[in-house]
Design a protein around this ligand. Structure first.
Ligand code: AMP
Ligand code: AMP
Length: 337
């Protein structure tokens, strides 16, 4: 690292913290993990974590910000930042933050997110605004639903009308249920080089939807089993090479469109959550504008990241590489918010 300031990389002890901090250490940074008391013993086990700052709960992040500022920390957000701090508290973080916080408003509002995808020309599932229009299986999603909580599935209009009575979350969106393979594409966009990389791809394992096939349908009858989509883990996956070109192009259009819609645009890691139909069509069900947990499979690199780099590059390490490059070329302000 050049320059007189020695920056440190910090994140919350949860989600993909191990990957982020390992990658930062591999790139020569000192690392800080902000952890709740129950997780201290976990993060103490790893030598690549230089310092642990204890916090009673993540929601009180503001209390330790002065300390992080003194340490010259750069914060790397991940799924827990949104889940535990929410959009408003994320936006008020004073410690230099990797990524564009303005993207949060577009990501957290399902209609804005959809508009972004539509303007980018990426296919999205059909949306129903009135119950009377429902003519196929649907998925009902509250805003800010995370990890598969806050959803329900209805196979037709009648079932939607019954189930919506007990669904308290507002607002919500009604989406066509796309039948196909759920596939999560992990991108990284560098505003320093204007290059978009696909670093890895995963497939989630969700319960009980991914395990329903273990009970034959004739045995399920009468059990009243409802599909649920709570993520329990992730598996690696490589895409048919013929679909890769489209995967890159979709990512590029999403980045280009973000520059028109959002001041500064989207940069760093993001994930397009897709479903691929039997006709080999992508349908984008969601965008996550930061590192996703599926990248944890690839702490020592992936079949895709090794196409770019002769070392083991995870998404966490790629973030640290970008920060190093920005320090070296005097462009830190371009990647921090
Ligand atoms: P945790 O570190 O398990 O407390 O998770 C923090 C946040 O990330 C929660 O909102 C989880 O729902 C989400 N999350 C954790 N692991 C995954 C995963 N493998 N895939 C998707 N979301 C996840
Ligand atoms: P999400 O929180 O948006 O990542 O969605 C959680 C899970 O719900 C996904 O991993 C899918 O299994 C499922 N899902 C969400 N939207 C749809 C959809 N429109 N069609 C089919 N499955 C969906």
């Amino acid at each position: 690292m050049t320059g007189s300031v020695k920056y440190k990389i910090a994140t919350l002890g949860s989600h993909s913290a191990l990957q982020i901090l390992k990658g930062a250490k591999d790139e020569g940074f000192k690392t800080i993990c902000v952890a709740t008391p129950d997780r201290i013993s976990l993060y103490n086990r790893f030598k690549f974590i230089d310092k642990i700052i204890e916090i009673a709960d993540f929601a009180s992040f503001a209390k330790i910000e002065e300390q992080l500022l003194k340490e010259k920390a750069i914060v790397i957000p991940h799924g827990s930042f949104v889940a535990y701090l929410g959009v408003t508290k994320n936006k008020s973080i004073k410690v230099p933050y990797f990524g564009n916080k303005k993207v949060l408003d577009w990501e957290s509002d399902r209609l804005k997110q959809r508009l972004w995808m539509e303007k980018a020309g990426v296919p999205v599932p059909r949306r129903f605004t009135k119950a009377s229009e429902i003519d196929r299986p649907v998925m009902v999603k509250s805003y800010g639903a995370a990890g598969g909580h806050g959803y329900f599935f209805a196979k037709n209009k009648k079932e939607f009308r019954e189930k919506i009575k007990n669904f308290k979350a507002r607002p919500y969106i009604i989406q066509e249920y796309v039948i196909g393979v759920p596939l999560y594409i992990h991108y990284f966009y560098s505003p320093l080089t204007n290059q978009l990389e696909i670093l890895s791809i995963d497939k989630r394992y969700e319960t009980n939807v991914d395990s329903l096939g273990r009970i034959p349908s004739q045995n399920q009858q009468g059990l009243g089993i409802e599909p649920s989509f709570v993520v329990v883990g992730n598996s690696p996956l490589t895409l048919r090479e013929s679909l890769l070109a489209e995967a890159f192009e979709m990512g590029e259009r999403v980045v280009q469109t973000s520059k028109k819609l959002i001041s500064g645009g989207l940069w760093g890691p993001f994930c397009l959550e897709t479903i691929i139909t039997p006709e080999q069509q992508f349908s984008i069900i969601e965008i996550s504008c930061r590192i996703v947990a599926g990248t944890n499979l690839f702490i020592d690199g992936s079949p895709y990241s090794s196409l770019y780099y002769d070392k083991e590059v995870s998404t966490g390490r790629r973030i640290a590489m970008e920060i190093n490059e920005a320090i070296k070329t005097g462009q830190l302000s371009k990647i921090l918010d």
